[in-house]
Design a protein around this ligand. Structure first.
Ligand code: TUI
Length: 318
């Protein structure tokens, strides 16, 4: 069987090597539970939310499913300390981290058996994480939506795979079975997908946000934040144009950050996809339908299996 010896599947106790990205505001308990029920690993995105809000999402997941799930801790959050206390109290099976170095939290999480999986945008951070004995790494390329690093998935994955002996989950630019097989070919053991799971029936984001993903073409994302030091891939819309104008005009980091406050919520909850921040990855252009979490996962696995079967016939020496 294709995924029988898969290290990530074994580590996490899931059926398929598909992880749902922990998107702030978008990745609620409902979405995470649906993905975990379908055999992947669902993730709650803590984003900038306080612990009490995230606790409710954890409770929702636990009500719907007994399967493993993750909480993504966004390390730039003001509430990071209380979120870490919460995930320990709730004995969350898997913690993924983003937007920083989770070094000082790893020991406490591991003590209670929580699996720790940081997102790394470079081999330098991957090596540091290996020394701290994390369970796996998510190597996220710049194709991804939201806060991103500089390296593309195609270049990043094999370099991270070779830099350490930890299982690697590939992320950024992946939305179907072709992406999964490509990631496996580069040496990853699994994929994490965010954008694909926005266009998902169980995703609680506003319908306008889901439609923005479906409507987006290949060149419809832009990267803002070159001047603030926090690169963010989001939809080319009124807001991103305004921010790029401010950046060109030499606005200060504080001014730009202040202008962006509350904008993600505005897009995800209120459906204001012009004045809000619509975070999405470059692969949005490939996504043209809304499916259930189960359909997304089953389709990816079936497509990957077919591709692998076809590849078996190839031999360049003949
Ligand atoms: O974290 C993400 N994606 C996100 S976080 C987010 S909320 C936000 N909004 C505006 C500005 C900043 C954050 C929206 N989307 N993906 C995982 C990810 N982690 N991408 C890049 C990184 C990363 C970057 C630097 C991880 C570690 C890192 O380390 C720097 C260091 O301290 O070594």
């Amino acid at each position: 069987m294709l995924f029988h010896q898969n290290r990530i599947v074994k580590l996490l106790g899931i059926k398929y090597p598909v992880i749902q990205g922990g998107m702030a505001w978008v990745a609620t308990g409902e979405l995470a539970a649906a993905v975990s029920e379908a055999g992947g690993l669902g993730t709650i995105g803590a984003g900038n939310a306080p612990a009490e809000i995230v606790r409710e999402e954890i409770r929702k997941v636990k009500e719907i499913t007994d399967k493993p799930f993750a909480v993504n801790v966004m390390l730039l959050s003001h509430f990071v300390e209380e979120i870490m206390e919460l995930v320990i109290e709730e004995k969350v099976p898997v913690v993924t981290t983003g937007a920083g170095n989770p070094g000082k939290y790893i020991e406490k999480l591991k003590e209670i058996g929580t699996k720790v999986i940081p997102v790394v945008p470079s081999t330098a951070l991957a090596r540091r994480m290996e020394r701290l004995k994390v369970d796996a790494l998510i190597a996220e390329g710049t194709e991804a939506g939201g806060h991103i690093g500089e390296l593309a998935t195609m270049a990043l994955i094999p370099q991270i795979v070779d830099a350490d002996d930890i299982p690697v989950i590939a992320a950024g630019g992946i939305a179907d079975g072709r992406g999964l097989v490509a990631a496996l070919a580069l040496g990853a053991d699994a994929v994490q997908m965010g954008t694909r799971f926005i266009a998902c029936k169980e995703c609680t984001a506003h319908q306008n946000y889901k439609e923005a993903v479906i409507k987006a073409a290949d060149r419809d994302t832009v990267v803002t934040g070159r001047t603030t030091g926090h690169l963010v891939r989001n939809l080319r819309n009124f807001l991103s144009r305004r921010i790029m104008e401010m950046e060109k005009a030499g606005a200060s980091k504080e001014e730009i950050e202040k202008y962006g406050i509350g904008r993600l919520r505005m897009a995800v909850r209120e459906g204001n996809i012009e004045e809000g921040t619509v975070m999405l990855g470059q692969i949005a252009g490939l996504i043209n339908n809304i499916k259930t979490a189960k359909e997304i996962i089953n389709d990816i696995i079936n497509e990957a299996n077919l591709i692998i079967e076809n590849l078996r016939g190839i031999n360049y020496n003949e």
